[in-house]
Structure formats: C-alpha cells, structure tokens
Design a protein around this ligand. Sequence first.
Ligand SMILES: Nc1ncnc2c1ncn2[C@@H]1O[C@H](COP(=O)(O)OP(=O)(O)OP(=O)(O)O)[C@@H](O)[C@H]1O
Ligand SMILES: [Mg+2]
Length: 290
Amino acid sequence: MKLKIENVTKVFGEKHAVDGVTVELTNGVYGFLGANGSGKTTLMRMLAAVSRPTTGTITLNGEEIGKMGDRYRDLLGYLPQHIGYYKHFTVEKFLYYIASLKGLEKHAAKEKVTELLETVNLTEKRKTKMGKLSGGMKQRVGIVQALLNDPKILIVDEPTAGLDPKERIRFRNLLAAIAKDRIVLLSTHIVSDIEYIAKEILIMKNGRLIEKDTPQNLIHYIQKKVWCVTAGEAEVPVYQSTFKVGNISRQPEGIELRIISEEKPAANAVNVPVNLEDLYLYYFDEEVGA
Ligand SMILES: Nc1ncnc2c1ncn2[C@@H]1O[C@H](COP(=O)(O)OP(=O)(O)OP(=O)(O)O)[C@@H](O)[C@H]1O
Ligand SMILES: [Mg+2]
C-alpha cells in the first residue's frame, strides 16, 4: 500500500497550517512529531478524508482518496485529537454504534468489541457510561473505535495523551504488533511512544515537513552535538541563555546540564549518548521548560 501526499497545502484565511507537504507512506509505523500548532492535526484530518487539501493531492495506490468515498473509509481507522463522545451511552453501546456506522455485522461487532476491550484493559468498564470514565479511559475507548474495522490505514492523533505510563506501554506494544501490514501514523509529544516502534519519524515545523528519516539516522545526525556539562548554580542561567539546555540534574559534584550544541559548550563538556528526546530539543527547543 502506498499513501502518497503531493504538495499538500491547507490554508485557513491567511494561515498556511500545512504548507507544501510531499511524502510517501508505506506499511509500518510513522511517528509524527511537531510543536503545538505545527500542522499535525490539520494534515492528519486531510489524510483521514475529514477535510480536503486547499491545493495538492493525496492518493492511495494512485487513486485520489477524496474520490474513493466509502472504499477509503472502509480501510481507515481514525482517532481524532478531540473526539466527541456520547456521555449517556455505555462503553459497549457507543462501540456497537460506531461498529454499525462502519458496517460491521452484529456478531462480528460483538466479537471485535470484546477482543479490543480486553486488549486495552477495559473489559470491566463495558457497562459504564462514557460520561463517567476518566480521560485516559475515554482515550482507550477512542483507540478501540479506531481499530474496530481492522483498518489498513490507522491515523491516530495523540493517542497516548492522558494515558498513564503502564497503558502507554500497552498501547505501544499493541501498535507494534498490528503495524506489520498496515500504514500507521501516530502523532505525539512523547518521544518514547515512538522511539522503538517507528519505522520513520516525520518532523513538522510551521506547516512544513522538515525531516523524514529512521530514528537511527536522526539520532546519528545529532550524535556529536549532545553534551553533558557540570556547572555551578550561578552558571546555569548563563548556559540557558546561550544554549539549548535539556535536563538539569543536581549531583553531589555540581549541577549537570544536558546541552545540544554544534560546538563544545565548555572546557569540561563531554559528548554523551543521544536519544530522541535530544532530537526533539534540537528542533523544538522553544518548547522545553514551557
Ligand atoms: N479550523 C481552523 N481555522 C483556523 N485556523 C486553524 C484551524 N485549524 C487549525 N488552525 C491553525 O493551523 C495551525 C496548525 O494547527 P494544528 O491543529 O494542525 O497543529 P498541531 O500540530 O496539531 O498542534 P497540537 O500539537 O497543538 O495538536 C495552527 O496555527 C492553528 O491555529
Ligand atoms: Mg494536533
């Protein structure tokens, strides 16, 4: 399967929310990173055929998705960033309702709902009203509804927002397990969600796609740019105003700063192993500490 995005732009008034994005997606997990407002949701909505590009085309195996109608929706699972629930419906009723919209037969729906509720660890909540669930539980119901029709293209917009660490790991494993023969696009602000399962990472900034590469290559790219510096209390603000500073930890021998810099930031600076958090900092330092 090949989902091809060619020169796609989405304009709201004067705002180019998505600005000339060209990218090709094939089977596997794509991790989608970008600061708030960088255009992730806008692009995902177009990929889910909820909205149309202002200019440019999106095709699946050569066919424009906007023209495929139900044939595209049958292949698609979509978890929007903000989803409206029916708070008076029980979990089960909500899911059967969505299953019927997706054209699943009753028996198949029942089997699938039972299986997926088990997968997201929500079986005992099946009779609970949606309005009584915690945020993380609602999110898990959202994940279930996206998977009901066994989608070949799964687009999930910040699926792990609000999940506790244990459920995040569970979800990550679930995605890794199902990703083999489908296209999965997952946006997140939590780098560890995608560090090990993403085939490639897409980085968006101001509506533009600025990177698309394997986690290994992206990490390799900043290999010699991540430093550890030990400093005194008074030097910390100086470093912060001069460099991109990540974690700051207090150690017996002084304060340790993690710094991203092309040049060695201090005489006592040493290069340290890079992780994807550093990558995020490299591209979106303005967000750190915000
Ligand atoms: N319907 C709309 N009308 C006007 N502007 C919009 C609309 N939808 C999005 N935007 C603008 O487009 C830009 C991209 O927004 P988008 O929601 O796609 O970002 P995002 O990367 O998903 O951000 P976040 O990480 O906060 O979810 C923002 O500046 C936003 O204000
Ligand atoms: Mg968004």
